[in-house]
Ligand binder design. Structure first.
Ligand code: ZN
Length: 347
């Protein structure tokens, strides 16, 4: 088995051909939404340059010691750097420590490989230190950076990297891949592809970690409680979300809420075939009946505005408060817990 990556064929082809020709660059930046598979592709590049028995030029065997250890991120020549907590900051001390380790010769491989995850979490000092490493990289070092998008990094960092923009796949194409390559049931595949919004990495996690799917359903359940709750409780939630979630987690949460309200809109239009959260069909139908097209479009507009606001330095608590103030108040006959319970029992 060699490169195994769904979608983004051009990026894979480029990396494969660079390895095959021995034209591997010193730094790569894998950009794309979380869950698209940035780290997976970076690690496969690391395998391709380190494999002891490549079956063809540019390929890797997945079986030799370096291939296995890299896949598990346990290779002694692999340095992984990331912020300590998910909402955290990548600090300058971490980059300096990395610089020091990169200056040592590789233990067993041809290269020392640094995998620097979620570089957008690096503060300015850390980014400047990173830039220094990129400007004068030690011999036999490859730097693999991942980030949400290149705009969040210093342009001077981006210009020193081979930039690979990884994109989500159309959900239908991803569902086909899950059926063909992962032997997934077609109905489950279609649902997972929609839940993952076409991001292959997230889809594979949802497929292999059922508890992750259940957690997603709980996200919807919580949203349904929010729609039924008083202003006081809504404001308490606004405070809690803005205090406890990282920016990336807030983005993900808002994306799930948008997907949910898109389901409500489909239900308003009497099109319920393609519901992402089909477990909540009865509640979605009820909400559609109590709101109507104009109101649902307004909710989607408001949600997108908060999503945009997360990209700037707005007060997120205030943004959530305004959003929750305008969300309709819903009365549900059927409790959302039953939907989650039924889905859990199926697992
Ligand atoms: Zn190998």
């Amino acid at each position: 088995m060699s490169w195994k990556y769904y979608g983004n064929e051009a990026a894979v082809a480029l990396l494969r051909s660079q390895v095959a020709r021995g034209w591997v660059r010193q730094a790569y930046l894998f950009c794309g939404p979380s869950g698209v598979g940035r780290r997976t592709l970076a690690l496969q590049l690391a395998q391709a340059v380190s494999c002891l028995h490549p079956p063809h030029p540019g390929e890797f065997c997945s079986r030799c010691r370096p291939c296995k250890l890299l896949a598990e991120m346990r290779h002694p020549d692999l340095e992984v750097v990331e912020s300590e907590s998910r909402s955290g900051t990548l600090r300058v001390e971490q980059v300096r420590e990395l610089q020091h380790r990169l200056s040592l010769t590789p233990y067993e491989g041809r290269y020392r490989i640094a995998l620097i995850l979620r570089c957008e979490e690096a503060n300015l000092n850390a980014q400047n230190a990173l830039l220094k490493t990129l400007e004068e990289p030690p011999q036999r070092v490859i730097l693999l950076l991942t980030a949400e998008n290149s705009e969040s990094l210093l342009p001077t960092i981006v210009s020193r990297c081979e930039v690979l923009h990884l994109r989500a796949m159309p959900p239908k194409a991803l569902a086909r891949v899950l059926v063909e390559c992962e032997q997934c049931d077609p109905i489950v595949a279609a649902q997972i592809a929609r839940l993952a919004a076409g991001r292959p990495g997230e889809a594979l996690r949802l497929l292999h970690e059922p508890e992750r799917r259940i957690a997603l359903l709980h996200t919807v359940e919580e949203h349904l409680h929010l729609l039924q709750s008083s202003m006081l409780n809504r404001f308490a939630l606004a405070e809690r979300l803005s205090r406890t979630l990282s920016k990336a987690e807030i983005v993900l949460l808002l994306e799930h809420w948008i997907t949910f309200w898109r389901d409500v809109l489909l239900s308003v239009y009497q099109d319920q075939e393609e519901l992402t959260y089909s477990e909540f069909r009865p509640q979605i139908v009820e909400i559609a009946a109590q709101t109507g097209e104009k109101r649902v479009l307004q909710v989607l507009h408001d949600l997108r505005q908060v999503l945009e606001a997360t990209q700037s330095n707005v007060n997120l608590r205030l943004a959530f408060e305004v959003l929750f103030l305008n969300l309709p108040h819903i009365f549900l006959d059927r409790s959302p817990e039953s939907a989650v319970r039924e889905a859990t029992q199926r697992e």
